[in-house]
Design a protein around this ligand. Structure first.
Ligand code: NAD
Length: 462
């Protein structure tokens, strides 16, 4: 039986190992984390993250060949395993050289040193975390300083799952990418991991490359995805000035096969733990490699995202007669996207903080993400009302802003909501999920993204 260990039981480590364990009953999979609360949650019915379908997969594998453990026994687990996935967090560095841009590799390096300390037999070490290109080189240097002659093969196997559809993405990935060295042992290690995935992924979807291409591809994939969002968001600003409709423009350009229809939805901006940090990291690497023009090109993707959030709030202020002070504003959505409880870098929290600056009375409403929002807002949380029920949240409000595209928000009884609000009632659809004409007919003043607003009066906007 093959023995797999994963270090890091977060949004990636937990779901990824659960799907591997489900499809490979002949492997034993153990997942360790230094966060004991997280491990307790993985072992309970209240999983630490919300993902559609995750519970079903956990129910199949947990206790059979999938085990979640605290890191008290990490020495034993490392020595036990043949294959070690490292799926720890790699946030943006907050201090020292490269602060605010470079990846902070302290968690990843700590695990490498733990592996070095406790391993007494050969291992395949897999970078599952997103890392700067050529990190594996540093890892190999650390691991191969061992004096007991243990062989470590370092591979890169970046994760492309998207939160909110993680289980579907893992069950039917567009591709699995495995990078390794072109040496006999590197190639043997690659083949071992290809065999693992081939238990459920068609072989033609398993791509093998050299290590550096694999590491870089993950950063580039995220940079391209974020770039598409910033591109359509830039056009949404122009649509609002010209009475073009961004959805019509997106559809018209998306029919071109060279452009394609996906990822062309204008919105209040992208969030999540990855896009911003990975682009910052790409920008930093380009600068380090003496490529300032390339760095600046990618930096612009982030600048446009910040602009879109700021523009959204400015539009609220202008539309509501240039003052939000003391006005009750219900924010529908705290998660950075639908179908997840994750609020890291969520545009909803960016808008929330800006509205607090404007001294608005903010009510935050979300079906799954309120607890994470409370933690992320930190000391500002005490100024916010957290209300799970959207009807309660909207009661007496001057405005609603849709900030997460939960389908649930599109299907509410807006007639009832309108009647319970202060008038004139405003609705700012930061995700373009509502029926704008219908809301306008109910009496709302409606402000979509990238479309002309529907107002019952002519003043208030600049
Ligand atoms: N979240 C995503 O959608 C996503 C998608 C693809 C790739 N990634 C990448 O995957 C990596 C992990 O992301 P995540 O969202 O799962 O992060 P996360 O913060 O949810 O999980 C990381 C976990 O690692 C644990 N950890 C850190 N150091 C440890 C150590 N030495 N021993 C034991 N546990 C340790 C932490 O306690 C935490 O629970 C990051 O590099 C990220 O960029 C994330």
């Amino acid at each position: 039986m093959r023995k797999i260990l994963c270090i890091g039981a977060g949004y990636v480590g937990g779901p990824t190992m659960a799907v591997i364990a489900k499809h490979c009953p002949q492997y034993e999979v153990r997942v360790v984390d230094m966060n004991a609360d997280r491990i307790a949650a993985w072992n309970s019915d209240q999983l630490p993250i919300y993902e559609p379908g995750l519970k079903d997969v956990i129910d199949i594998a947990r206790g059979r060949n999938l085990f979640f453990l605290t890191d008290e026994t990490i020495a034993e687990q490392i020595d036990w395993a043949d294959i070690i996935f490292v799926s720890v967090n790699t946030p943006t560095k907050a201090f020292g050289l490269g602060a605010g841009r470079a990846a902070d590799l302290q968690f990843w390096e700590k695990t490498a040193r733990q592996i070095l300390q406790h391993a007494t037999s050969p291992k395949i070490i897999i970078e599952k975390s997103t890392l700067p290109v050529r990190t594996a080189e540093a890892m190999s240097h650390i691991l191969n300083t061992n004096s007991i002659g243990v062989q470590f093969d370092v591979l890169s196997n970046p994760e492309f799952l998207a939160e909110g559809s993680a289980i579907r993405d893992l069950e039917e990935p567009d591709r699995v990418l495995i990078g390794g060295h072109n040496t006999p042992s590197g190639q043997r290690a690659i083949e071992t991991i290809v065999e693992l995935y081939a238990n459920w992924v068609p072989r033609e979807k398993i791509i093998t490359t050299n290590l550096w291409s694999s590491e870089l591809s993950k950063l580039v994939a995220n940079a391209f995805l974020a770039q598409r969002i910033s591109s359509i968001n830039a056009i949404s600003a122009l649509c609002e000035k010209t009475e073009a409709d961004v959805e019509e423009v997106a559809f018209a350009i998306g029919t071109d096969k060279r452009i394609g229809p996906h990822f062309l939805r204008a919105s209040v901006g992208f969030g999540g733990s990855c896009f911003k940090k990975d682009i910052l990291n790409l920008v930093y690497i380009c600068e380090q490699q003496g490529l300032p023009e390339v760095a600046e090109y990618w930096q612009q993707v982030l600048k446009m995202n910040e602009y879109q959030g700021a523009r959204f709030v400015a539009n609220m202020v202008h539309s509501m007669f240039n003052s939000l002070s003391g006005k009750r504003i219900a924010l529908f959505g705290a998660a950075f996207k639908a179908n997840t409880s994750d609020t890291r870098e969520s545009p909803a929290l960016v808008v929330c903080r800006e509205l607090l600056e404007e001294r608005a009375d903010v009510i935050l409403c979300d079906p799954h993400a309120l607890e994470n929002a409370r933690q992320d807002l930190d000391e500002q949380a005490e100024k916010v009302n957290f209300v799970a029920d959207p009807y309660q949240a909207a009661k007496g409000a001057h405005a609603i802003a849709i900030l997460t595209e939960w389908a649930y928000f599109a299907n509410l009884d807006y007639h009832q909501i309108y009647n319970s609000m202060a008038h004139p009632a405003f609705i700012f659809d930061g995700r373009n999920i509502l029926d704008h004409q219908a809301l306008f007919k109910l009496g709302f003043n409606v402000y979509p993204i990238g479309k002309a607003p529907l107002q019952h009066f002519n003043h208030g906007r600049t």
